[in-house]
Design a protein around this ligand. Structure first.
Ligand SMILES: Cc1cc2nc3c(=O)[nH]c(=O)nc-3n(C[C@H](O)[C@H](O)[C@H](O)COP(=O)(O)OP(=O)(O)OC[C@H]3O[C@@H](n4cnc5c(N)ncnc54)[C@H](O)[C@@H]3O)c2cc1C
Length: 482
């Protein structure tokens, strides 16, 4: 369709204020939180209702126009990177909390609702929404759902996927479907909702999401423990988890990270090579006894200082440094590249040692701040200017390889997106990737929904490199290539 006609069609669906088509305004949307990749979309649309999303997607389907959903644009893997000649569907105007049903411990929201608003909506009644990415002040529930976001409290409470119980989804052909969402705890049939959560915007657009909220714990205790180095702190993490205690969260920051946060937000942490922040929650009696156990394990692993938060104010101060850590890097480096890998917790000391060796080999500093309890690493590769950017990305890639060698995976929580699709064949076989494509093609046979993300090459459904070979699932009559 000619661009001017497409603009008129979109304006007839969304009104002129719901369509952005001036080049300078489109630049606002050229990237998400990963600024290394930029593409200016053909058009940006700002729907206010599920019906409008559905109408936009129908036009895309009929005209063969690729489209990408965007929430708040805080993603760090380029998942919401626009597609050239495509439409970016921004969900941030759909931000109503539609239903608070505490008898069934559920809240129904539109996708643009900000993560923290869910907890704010139920906290007076003694509930909270557990998945709490560090971006929870700005990231949307639609984005959290697509990335299966994690956060500090996911160690104990589970990732986003454990808290999304239903979704209304506009499929890539414009059909609207409901996945899960009933008041009963389980439904028969395939877990399509499970497939949708974490699918990085490649299977459709969520227009309504049902979330599970949980009771606030009776007691919360928080401590920080200082260690000489990350190896000793890593040993304490393994010790705590190995003792059978499941804290609400265990976070680690290394000395470089501590230098940055001290300069930025002055949390007055003890001077040390590595800091652990441990939070326990639950019934008062259980928290008290486990807290003593955690303190003992930290001491046994060489902690030089332990501070316990005396009140909510001090607890907030403890958390302030951790929550501000990514932003604080600007204090010590012009640029940084955030990596996101995950490893078995027991491998922490060895993997951290290898990251430090790689940092020396490449001559680039690496700061570490991460959800240690989950084994979820966020090495921040610090660099300066364009000429170091390539080397920083290469080093970040080597870190991912170390995670894979140690039985880990290429993404802990930020997703694959545009950024990490090149590493997918290092973790998955060609057959694994084909099976994933089959699922994707069942939802999106024309490859219009966030194309070019997650999978390593822009292969079309049914297209395989090299001479034709029937897929074993097809051969067995178990699946059909679209
Ligand atoms: C400072 C900082 C800290 C962060 N900390 C964490 C953290 O602790 N844990 C964590 O997991 N992540 C973290 N992130 C990454 C990011 O905030 C999360 O991935 C978040 O879920 C993205 O939400 P968003 O609304 O910004 O989504 P976007 O970036 O807009 O989009 C992310 C993906 O979701 C898709 N999408 C968005 N809305 C929809 C929808 N309605 N339907 C279908 N697909 C959709 C997009 O196409 C894209 O693929 C952090 C980011 C920053 C900048």
């Amino acid at each position: 369709m000619e661009r001017s006609r497409l603009i008129r069609t979109m304006e007839s669906i969304l009104g002129p204020e719901g369509v952005i088509h001036e080049r300078e305004q489109l630049r606002t949307y050229e990237c998400d939180g990963l600024m290394n990749y930029r593409v200016i979309p053909d058009l940006v649309v700002l729907p206010e209702s599920a019906e409008q999303v559905q109408k936009v997607v129908r036009v895309c389907h009929e005209e063969g126009i690729p489209f990408v959903a965007r929430g708040s644009g805080t993603g760090l893997s380029g998942g919401a990177l626009p597609v050239e000649k495509g439409i970016l569907i921004v969900l941030s105007r759909m931000r109503r909390i539609l239903e608070v049903d505490l008898e069934n411990e559920r809240v129904v929201v539109e996708p643009g609702v900000i993560n923290l608003w869910v907890t704010q909506a139920v906290s007076d009644e003694g509930y909270f929404y557990a998945p709490d990415p560090s971006s929870q002040l700005v990231s949307s529930i639609g984005g959290n759902c697509s990335e299966n976001s994690g956060g500090v409290h996911c160690l104990k409470y589970g990732f986003t996927t454990n808290h999304v119980t239903g979704a209304e989804v506009v499929l890539p052909d414009g059909e609207m479907v409901h996945l899960g969402g009933g008041k009963a705890p389980d439904e028969p049939g395939y877990d399509l909702l499970g497939a949708f959560v974490g699918s990085e915007g490649t299977l459709g657009i969520a227009t309504k999401i049902t979330l599970r909220v949980v009771r606030q714990p009776e007691a919360i205790r928080t401590l920080i423990a200082a260690f000489e180095d990350t190896e000793k702190a890593g040993g304490a993490v393994s010790g705590i988890i190995g003792s059978g205690c499941v804290p609400a969260g265990i976070e680690m920051m290394d000395s470089l990270c501590l230098e940055a946060v001290e300069a930025a937000v002055h949390p007055n942490y003890p001077e040390c090579g590595a800091l652990l922040l441990v939070e326990l929650d639950g019934p008062e009696a259980e928290v008290e006894s486990q807290f003593e156990q955690v303190k003992r394990i930290c001491e046994e692993n060489g902690s030089s200082e332990i501070r316990v938060a005396r009140d909510d104010e001090e607890r907030a101060l403890f958390w302030k440094g951790r929550k501000a850590a990514f932003a604080a890097m600007g204090r010590i480096s012009n640029d940084y590249y955030v990596q996101d890998g995950v490893i078995p917790r027991t491998e922490l000391p060895e993997v951290l040692k290898k990251i430090s060796d790689l940092s020396s080999e490449y001559g680039l500093r690496v700061a570490n701040v991460f959800h240690a309890g989950d084994g979820n690493l966020h090495p921040l590769v610090l660099y300066d200017g364009e000429e170091q950017a390539g080397r920083a990305e290469e080093l970040a890639g080597e870190i991912i390889r170390v995670c894979l060698e140690h039985g880990g995976s290429l993404s802990g929580e930020h997703g694959i997106g545009e950024d990490k699709k090149k590493y997918m064949p290092e973790m998955f076989t060609a057959e694994d990737l084909d099976v994933m494509q089959l699922l994707r093609c069942a939802f999106d046979p024309h490859h219009l929904c966030n194309p070019g993300k997650v999978f390593p090459t822009p292969r079309l459904c049914g297209e395989r490199p090299g001479p034709f070979r029937m897929h074993p699932l097809q051969e067995a009559g178990l699946a059909e290539m679209f």
